[in-house]
Design a protein around this ligand. Structure first.
Ligand code: ADP
Ligand code: MG
Length: 693
């Protein structure tokens, strides 16, 4: 019966697998036997060679072998058995907190020991805590493994041994069946010297001793690259399909504005920058087409994205349709509301604000006006797409700080248009390196505002140790004296609002004690929105000298007179986030300063990262550094969107592959359109595939 199995059969048909196990596998996204083949190791253990102790570095997971020079039970904070191991090159300590009499007897001075474990730093130098080990008086150990040990994503009740046995069976089915379907024509891959898909899958599950261990551990083995290429292609194809589907629904073509936009421009005290002008034109042309615009506008903090959004909104409003503008926080929504009211008030445009906290009575009135079409521009948070919010004729959806929203939220808003899809404009201040953007946002056209309005003075950034807090406070006081306003930002790694708030409160208290004569406000995520808005308004009006804040002020807040920012523990944040924060100052004409007050000790890498901040204010340079140092999750904010969780590919490591993807995707869709869907199905789980459609 096993002989008749094919890759399409459910895993339940495998030996030793029943309905219970199938359920557990399903949670890992594995349904068919073929899925098992694509349940790939997330890393490898190297038990193929002995490493000299002298060559070890922190964090390595390795096999070592040596003689036990001393073994002793110590009674410190916790009882522990310590063994000192000498291999001729150096010494290492093995530390066990739980141990039996039998273990103690075998771990004797003079015995030989072989350990596999992670190297850590202990009080007396290098250590392994609870390594896997063998200890023998005669020093006779079995031969080392002859290949790397794959480690699979596992789950409760489904351990590595079980997974390996299932995968081995799947590999046997694969061998009998003669290989996997190749959806990318093999000759297309010859220039890059990549193996066939079947070969690649086999190698990753069973790396033979000949495969280069080092490449495999680094994720750079051709087998991994072959799979990464296909996985990236799958994501790209899915986004392309999504785009086609959205555009197939059609949209209202909207003619260029001849009245409102020119009126606004004439009333502004400044002219559009060249970059703003160019992007406005790109958007204007998109809007005039009978299919929905899908455009992402990238522009560094302060580059003037809001004005570009207003220009787009006016074009739509002039043609008699409505616009929704969604911001990630109530604070930002309110700020947009103020700006828009100011800019659009004289043009006869009806602007309204809808927040979660809007009272029932106000809300009911607002919703009525929205439904009959009195409202032209509705601004708000995700409250904009809740049930019961019905638009008269929604023509354009603008999403500010796109990376803060989940895909679901974006989709819900699109559904609000009555016929066809609304045009979509998303804006982000996160500079995304081009290759990354082309893959991550393959469903959108991208415009870049690569120029700041004139007259900005660059922010001078200084690194200073926290030990010098008193000196910093004195400088803050002097700056206040000179009429400057100051942000004092507290960071914490913990996601807890509670702890964040506490830390900010402590900082505010210290400041108040040191300089009681200054007016100090404190803003954090635990405050109710009206309270937050009141504080922001006070700060903006100059009624506060210092605003102590958590990272709630990160995005978009605009107080031109604030020209100094102190950031506590900047080493805890990603560079992109620091860049966003720093963008809050330097918005006026006054010379601006940012003090990065780092905690001690600061690692060498930590220092380098902060130096990047000191040396450049170019968001793209900073994003490239972040990508190198922290990976794409930080750059794209994928933690929020959950948009991209790759199994093999790594957007930082595989940039050379990323660059190939757009062309490969185009070519495949053109020459082998029927191959696209199977690739997507192979790499994306059902939920990924459909959640976004
Ligand atoms: P961001 O791109 O970060 O959203 P904003 O749209 O908030 O930037 O603009 C930042 C500031 O620059 C605002 O005060 C805005 O009025 C001003 N601004 C926008 N465009 C121009 C321009 N062309 N010239 C001068 N100031 C401008
Ligand atoms: Mg903005």
């Amino acid at each position: 019966m096993q002989d008749t199995l094919t890759l399409d059969h459910p895993v339940e048909r495998l030996k030793g697998a029943g309905p219970k196990l199938a359920e557990k596998l399903q949670l890992l996204g594995v349904v068919s036997i073929a899925d098992l083949l694509f349940h790939l190791p997330y890393k490898y253990q190297d038990r193929t060679r002995l490493m000299p102790i002298a060559s070890l570095r922190l964090g390595m997971a390795v096999v070592i072998e040596g003689e036990i020079k001393a073994a002793q039970v110590i009674f410190g904070k916790r009882r522990a058995l310590l063994c000192r191991i000498q291999d001729g090159s150096g010494l290492l300590t093995v530390r066990l907190f739980h141990f039996s009499h039998a273990q103690q007897a075998s771990l004797k001075s003079g015995h030989r020991i072989r350990c596999y474990g992670e190297v850590r730093l202990g009080p007396t130098g290098l250590e392994m805590i609870h390594p896997e080990y063998l200890a023998r008086a005669d020093g006779q150990f079995p031969p080392l493994d002859n290949r790397l040990t794959p480690l699979y994503p596992a789950s409760e009740g489904l351990n590595q041994t079980r997974l390996r046995s299932l995968i081995d069976q799947a590999l046997a089915v694969l061998a009998r069946q003669g290989g996997l379907a190749e959806w990318i024509p093999p000759d297309w891959l010859t220039p890059w010297d990549l193996p066939s898909l079947t070969e690649a899958v086999q190698t990753l599950h069973h790396p033979d001793s000949a495969s280069s261990t080092r490449a495999l551990l680094a994720g750079e083995h051709p087998a991994q690259q072959r799979l990464a290429l296909e996985e990236l292609l799958a994501h790209h194809l899915r986004l392309m399909a999504l785009r086609q589907m959205t555009q197939a629904r059609g949209a209202h073509p909207i003619p260029a504005s001849t009245r409102l936009a020119p009126q606004l421009l004439a009333a502004l005290p400044f002219a559009l920058t060249g970059a703003q002008h160019r992007v406005c034109q790109e958007i204007g042309l998109d809007l005039a087409k009978p299919m929905p615009m899908l455009r992402l506008v990238q522009g560094d903090v302060g580059s003037g994205k809001t004005l570009v959004a207003v220009m787009a909104a006016l074009q739509v409003i002039e043609s008699g349709m409505q616009v929704a503008l969604m911001a990630p926080t109530e604070l930002l929504a309110e700020q947009h509301y103020q700006n828009m009211s100011l800019w659009c008030g004289d043009l006869g445009v009806q602007v309204e604000l809808l927040l979660g906290k809007t009272g029932k009575k106000a809300r009911d009135g607002l919703l009525d006006r929205l439904e009959v079409g009195t409202t032209d521009l509705l601004i708000g948070t995700h409250a904009l797409f809740q049930k019961g919010v019905d638009y008269h004729n929604l023509g354009l959806v603008i999403i500010d700080e796109q990376h803060r929203f989940g895909v679901q939220q974006r989709l819900a808003l699109k559904e609000k248009a009555v016929n066809g899809s609304p045009h979509q404009l998303t804006m982000t201040a996160t500079p995304i390196p081009r290759t990354l953007a082309m893959t991550a946002f393959a469903d959108m056209d991208i415009s870049v505002i690569d120029e700041l309005p004139p007259g900005r003075t660059p922010v001078t950034t200084t690194l200073i140790s926290q030990d010098r807090r008193d000196a910093v406070i004195r400088r803050v006081n002097v700056a206040c004296e000179a009429g400057k306003q100051i942000y004092w930002v507290c960071t914490l790694i913990e996601e807890s609002e509670e702890l964040q708030a506490e830390a900010a409160e402590a900082s505010a208290n210290r400041l108040t004690e040191a300089i009681p004569q200054r007016r100090i406000g404190l803003i954090h995520g635990k405050l109710k929105s009206p309270e937050k808005s009141r504080l922001m308004a006070e700060f903006k009006a100059g009624a506060l000298d210092i605003l102590v804040a958590t990272t709630v002020i990160e995005v978009g807040v605009d107080v031109p007179n604030a020209s100094v920012m102190i950031i506590e523990n900047p080493e805890r944040l990603g560079l992109a986030q620091l860049h966003q924060l720093r963008g809050r100052v330097g918005r006026g004409t006054a010379e601006s300063f940012c003090l990065l007050m780092f905690g001690q000790p600061l690692s060498e890498q930590g220092k380098q990262r902060l130096e990047v901040m000191r040396n450049t204010s170019d968001g793209f340079v900073i994003a490239e550094e972040d990508l190198k140092l922290r990976g794409p999750g930080e750059v794209l904010g994928t933690r929020q969107t959950g948009a991209i969780g790759f199994r093999v590919a790594d957007m930082a490591r595989d940039q050379h592959l990323l660059a190939l993807i757009p062309e490969l995707a185009e070519r495949l869709s053109a020459e082998y359109p029927s191959h696209c869907q199977p690739i997507v199905a192979r790499w994306l789980s059902e939920t990924d595939r459909y959640a976004q459609v």
